[in-house]
Design a protein around this ligand. Structure first.
Ligand code: FES
Length: 300
């Protein structure tokens, strides 16, 4: 016996949105239809949207669902969620929103929420006359699960959108792997590849955010200390190796005054080059607004 929430049971026993809309004869109203799944595979959902053409608002929706308790409840939830939305707003609804509306679904029944999301997308794409391309795009790539006709692209999408980590979860969400099982190893490989790509992008994002936050939150004292640290650790060792040096003289807002010493201060061309080199390092490490000025030792 599945552990369904009260909301699931209520929507299953008291469905209010089953049915169809015939082609509209009302001016300014169009009916959009989206269909996913197949009766042979155990679940199918046909969704009808009544759309106001000028605003693209979904005035109402109806569905015909072949499936279990959670498939009926997910279809009811979907209609409740999209009624009154524009098509663009409806496209933002995910299978998680459907599951959350129901107070959750058993893991093995999550595919019902995915079916709702897909039927909605199919209806909207049909309405906009781009159904064919979009579905083909979604099913682009290698066919991974021949039992259920599910592609690499679709598996990647469900992993990303739902943060899935096991082949069993993928099966629960879109059925791939739930037949003969011969595609399970490939699904494991796809999960590993998606997680690797996600980890790489999260690490880049974290790095950028930390660096930007550090730059943004510096107090004047911290800013001076960081400038000194960058000069000491990243700039001076290079200059000293070439017979020169640099000393921090003053920081006035975003103006950093330095004194170039030794070989560095001996000619105006090298002074300008060094100023630019030091400035770009400090801009990179401390703040992009910094301007470096070389102070003549004779003027000190
Ligand atoms: S090929 Fe995926 S379950 Fe058979």
């Amino acid at each position: 016996m599945w552990d369904y929430t009260d909301k699931v049971m209520d929507l299953f026993y008291n469905p209010k949105n089953q049915g169809v809309f015939e082609d509209s004869r009302e001016p300014g109203i169009k009916i959009a239809v989206g269909e996913v799944g197949s009766i042979a595979c155990g679940d199918a959902l046909r969704l009808h949207l009544k759309v106001e053409e000028t605003t693209e608002k979904i005035l109402d929706a109806r569905y015909q669902t072949f499936g279990c308790t959670s498939a009926i409840a997910s279809s009811e939830a979907l209609v409740d969620l999209i009624r009154g939305s524009t098509l663009d707003e409806a496209l933002k609804i995910s299978n998680k929103d459907i599951a959350n509306y129901l107070g959750g679904l058993p893991q093995a029944k999550m595919h019902c929420s995915v079916m709702g999301q897909e039927a909605l997308e199919a209806a909207i794409y049909n309405y906009r006359g781009i159904a064919h391309e979009v579905h083909e795009d979604d099913d682009e790539g290698a066919l991974v699960c021949t039992c259920f006709g599910i592609s690499d692209a679709k598996i990647r999408r469900v992993i990303l959108e739902n943060d899935l980590t096991t082949a069993e979860e993928v099966t629960n969400y879109i059925k791939a792997g739930g037949g003969c099982g011969s595609c399970l190893a490939t699904i494991d490989d796809i999960i590993a590849s998606v997680r690797k790509e996600s980890a790489a992008s999260v690490s880049t994002l974290k790095k950028n955010t930390t660096s930007q936050q550090a730059k943004k939150l510096l107090t004047p004292v911290q800013k001076i200390a960081l400038i000194q640290k960058v000069l000491d650790e990243e700039v001076r060792p290079v200059l000293i190796a070439d017979g020169g040096d640099v000393e921090l003289y003053d920081v006035d807002g975003d103006c950093v005054k330095v004194v170039l010493q030794g070989a560095c201060g001996s000619c105006s061309a090298s002074t300008a080059t060094l100023k630019i080199a030091i400035e770009s390092r400090l801009r990179d490490r401390v703040s992009k607004d910094l301007v470096v000025e070389a102070v003549e030792p004779s003027l000190l």
